[in-house]
Write a protein that binds this ligand. Structure first.
Ligand SMILES: Cc1cc2nc3c(=O)[nH]c(=O)nc-3n(C[C@H](O)[C@H](O)[C@H](O)COP(=O)(O)OP(=O)(O)OC[C@H]3O[C@@H](n4cnc5c(N)ncnc54)[C@H](O)[C@@H]3O)c2cc1C
Length: 339
């Protein structure tokens, strides 16, 4: 009762990375609150799924295994969570800010009248004093996210209603196995008790899943370009450098909007979150919406012709110059040094 729950997304029989990241966060929140971490998986052919989930410190794994639960459709998965939560009364529920989470989260929260904060960038536990009512609420979930176009960081709380629900995008939290041999309980539920047959009205006849064209999220080195790169042709310099460094190419939104680079490479608040060992920012000014997606990089190198560019304040190394003059030299000397 009143535990932290994470809804784990399944693709086939594999738990999505974003869910594992949320289990790591959920474990920390549960430790702070002194409660248990519970996870929910719903799909088909889930024998052995606990091996993927329990090592993240999950105390109870709820398994819903039935032919109609994979591929995901809205109604059965909503019924699973709504009816389980009516029994278990979680205090917190986390899920990925993915296509599935964005569909499922609002359905569950509106059925339970709980409220939900989408796209959180940080989750913390804290108190809140309502001075007018003279009430102090303890151990609330601070649901932290950028608001008003990213100009402020808002902390959203939900003092009265439960569960406190939040979605988080992939890559924002860090995934860490707690203990490969962690002992948690596995509860296999009778799906028919939770999902009425009428929920299976939608049948998925055919599915096409497009594989990602790059591995920007997992790349140890990212060469990212901004509006200062100037053109799509100049972006080829970034691809050349990336090839030498075995890196991936990313971009700011301004570069994507200008057509210099594909949208799926955008980094930032409305793009991907990356944490490479090395981030080379080329012609990027460093607006807060961009920084939100790369500030956890190990080392940041900024190449910019403006020595006062905001990104320089968070960069470990600043190269003051134009992309056109600096990148060819980097490629040349890197090639020479690795011969
Ligand atoms: C709701 C919202 C969400 C957003 N989400 C994102 C997001 O996810 N990701 C994102 O990136 N942005 C996002 N933005 C946009 C963000 O506010 C900035 O507009 C954008 O990041 C600026 O991109 P930039 O740094 O490439 O361009 P600019 O700000 O135009 O900076 C260009 C930089 O290049 C330098 N420069 C110019 N010429 C050269 C040269 N030849 N060589 C070297 N340097 C040069 C300039 O000095 C400057 O520092 C969002 C905005 C909003 C309102």
């Amino acid at each position: 009762m009143n535990n932290v729950f994470v809804y784990c997304e399944i693709e086939g029989t594999t738990v999505a990375d974003v869910s594992l990241e949320l289990l790591t966060k959920g474990r920390k929140l549960a430790n702070q609150l002194g409660c248990r971490l519970e996870a929910v998986v719903a799909g088909n052919g889930l024998d052995g799924i606990e091996k993927q989930v329990l090592p993240y410190g999950v105390d109870t794994l709820h398994v819903f295994d039935a032919p109609g639960l994979f591929p995901y459709t809205s109604l059965p998965h909503s019924s699973v969570l709504i009816n389980l939560f009516k029994e278990e009364k979680p205090q917190i529920c986390l899920m990925g800010a993915t296509v599935i989470g964005r569909d499922l989260g609002p359905r569950v929260s509106s059925a339970l009248t709980s409220g939900l904060t989408a796209d959180c960038t940080s989750l913390e536990i804290g108190n809140h004093e309502d001075k007018k009512a003279g009430i102090t609420y303890e151990n609330l979930l601070y649901q932290i996210r950028p608001a008003f176009g990213g100009n402020i960081v808002a902390t959203i709380i939900n003092p009265e209603h439960r569960p406190q629900m939040a979605t988080v995008r992939e890559g924002v939290m860090k995934k860490e196995i707690l203990d490969a041999g962690y002992k948690g309980e596995v509860v296999k539920h009778d799906v028919a008790k939770y999902v009425p047959v009428t929920d299976y009205v939608v049948k998925v006849i055919d599915r096409h899943v497009e594989q990602a064209k790059h591995n920007l999220k997992g790349a140890p080195i990212v060469v990212a370009g901004g509006y200062g790169v100037g053109s799509k042709e100049n972006f080829n310099l970034l691809f050349d450098l990336a090839k030498e460094l075995h890196a991936e190419v990313g971009a700011s939104r301004a570069a994507v909007d200008a057509g210099f680079c594909d949208h799926d490479r955008q980094i930032g608040q409305t793009g991907l979150t990356v944490r490479p060992k090395l981030y080379i920012a080329c012609g990027i000014s460093g607006q807060i919406q961009h920084i939100a997606g790369m500030q956890d990089a190990g080392i940041i190198i900024s190449i910019n012709n403006d020595e006062n560019a905001p990104i320089n304040t968070i960069a470990d190394y600043v190269i003051n110059g134009t992309v056109e003059e600096v990148l060819p030299k980097m490629i040349k000397y890197y090639k020479q040094n690795t011969k």
